[in-house]
Design a protein around this ligand. Structure first.
Ligand code: ADE
Length: 244
């Protein structure tokens, strides 16, 4: 008997397991999920509550608004999930380190993470430390919980798994991993509301097309993402033109 290799797996701990697979169940990720290219397990944190009311949160020590997820309940939920120690243990949180494409590439290459979704005002710090949770943010804005952030992270990983996207992925990947934003794209019709497709793109001159695209990517990156542009410039060992 031949055993199938274990597919990449995301184990999500949440108070709202019904939110999953949600958008991950349709389109590219959904087809790959149905096809067994990856696996998703959404576990209810509340199932690990032990008191009569199944409470998972309590008021913050020291006072203040909102509620804090209890360390004992979340630790039990993590332990009951029996996650192999080589799988990354993540906590979605606006105070985490910002997620990057290179981290996504690393996560996609591994066995797949355990992802804890925060809610309320936060999570008891002791469980973050005791279970070695790495806090990850998807941007400098506050969502009402970690679930949508977890979905974004999972989606970014799943599209990189072998067989999920085929060769479509490569173009955008290269562009982003080289630290530049994508150049603008066009397709038929040739004219739309008086706007033409740039002449060069229909010239058939591949070298000129490539040079035009690179120039567009650079100009976009410079104006919209001076942070990326500065990093790129530093890599090249030149001084950024956006520096004051
Ligand atoms: N939970 C709430 N806001 C978040 C964010 N920006 N990133 C990750 N998790 C979050």
């Amino acid at each position: 008997m031949t055993s199938e290799p274990t597919p990449w797996r995301a184990t999500v701990l949440t108070l709202f397991p019904d939110m999953f697979p949600g958008p991950l169940g349709v389109s590219l990720a959904g087809k790959a999920l149905a096809g067994g290219l990856w696996a998703l397990e959404a576990r209810d944190i509340r199932a690990s509550a032990t008191d009569r009311h199944r409470s998972v949160d309590d008021t913050p020590a020291g006072g203040g608004p909102g509620m804090v997820l209890r360390a004992d309940v979340l630790a039990a939920a993590i332990d009951e999930a029996a996650i192999a120690s080589d799988r990354p243990h993540l906590l979605m949180s606006p105070r985490g380190r910002p997620l990057t494409q290179s981290q996504v590439v690393d996560l996609a290459a591994g066995p797949g993470p355990l992802i804890v979704c925060g809610r309320f005002e936060g999570i008891d710090q002791r469980v973050i430390e005791a279970r070695g949770l790495e806090e990850v943010s998807i941007g400098d804005y506050v969502l009402s919980g970690g679930e949508i952030a977890a979905m974004a992270l999972i989606d970014a990983c799943v599209r990189l798994l072998p067989g999920v996207m085929g060769k479509q992925a490569s173009g955008t990947e290269e562009s982003f991993s080289e630290g530049l934003l994508e150049y603008p794209q066009y397709t038929r019709p040739q004219e739309f509301e008086g706007r033409q497709i740039p002449e060069i793109l229909i010239s058939g001159d591949h070298a000129k097309v490539a040079a035009w695209r690179l120039a567009q990517s650079e100009a976009l990156t410079q104006s919209r993402r001076p942070d990326l542009w500065a990093r790129k410039a530093a890599q090249r060992g030149t001084k950024s033109t956006t520096d004051g």
